[in-house]
Design a protein around this ligand. Structure first.
Ligand code: MN3
Length: 204
């Protein structure tokens, strides 16, 4: 089984003005595709690993032969994280979560504004390349964290719900060194219906 680049559900320019078309095009067609290609290359000659899902590979990295473990961690992680990233964005999405996810955010972070503030600070403060996450842990509590490189809460057995890419390639063309402005604008792009769907499935 070869891992594939999932289709993008919108045009490259659909996230304007918050995320420019050129950034989306290069990020998706070059960076994301590159991780998929390198993941497949790393798994070449390992038919037993090719049969595993991407999630299963990343949840049990210690079972992966040492000579390709770092390649799977980096490129499998890069593939998984970007798959989720593009999925949880949409043009003109709702400004905040509704329903059960909204209740869960309120009970874990007091209220949505507090969650937004904490997540924004975490993403802004993350040093160098990495990701900021909202995830559900095994006790079904919501947490936020940031991870370096292409690591994710999935590698610790948690369920990622929402993710923000803070690698420079995610914003540099439009925002240069202004990461805080990129993060603030990114809140306009979240597909809360999709995040709610992932959350609901994870609760079952
Ligand atoms: Mn990226």
């Amino acid at each position: 089984m070869n891992h594939k680049l999932p289709p993008l559900n919108y045009e490259f320019n659909a996230l304007e003005p918050y995320m420019d078309a050129k950034t989306v095009e290069i990020h998706y067609s070059a960076h994301h595709q590159g991780y998929v290609n390198k993941l497949n290359a790393a798994l070449e000659g390992h038919p037993e690993l090719q049969e595993k899902s991407l999630k299963d590979l990343l949840k049990s990295l210690n079972d992966i032969p040492e000579d390709i473990r770092t390649a799977v961690r980096n490129n499998g992680g890069g593939t998984f994280n970007h798959n989720l990233y593009w999925k949880i964005m949409t043009p003109g999405g709702a400004k905040a979560p509704k329903n059960k996810l909204n209740e869960a955010i309120n009970s874990s972070f007091n209220n949505f504004d507090r969650f937004k503030k904490d997540f924004t600070e975490l993403a802004g403060a993350h040093f160098a390349s990495g990701w900021a996450w909202l995830y559900m842990n095994s006790e079904k509590n919501l947490k936020i964290s940031s991870t370096p490189n292409h690591d994710s809460p999935l590698m610790e057995g948690h369920t990622p719900l929402l993710v923000l890419d803070v690698w420079e390639h995610a914003y540099y063309l439009k925002y240069q060194n202004r990461r805080p402005e990129f993060i603030e604008n990114w809140w306009n792009l979240i597909n809360w219906d999709e995040v709610e769907k992932i959350y609901t499935e994870a609760c079952q």
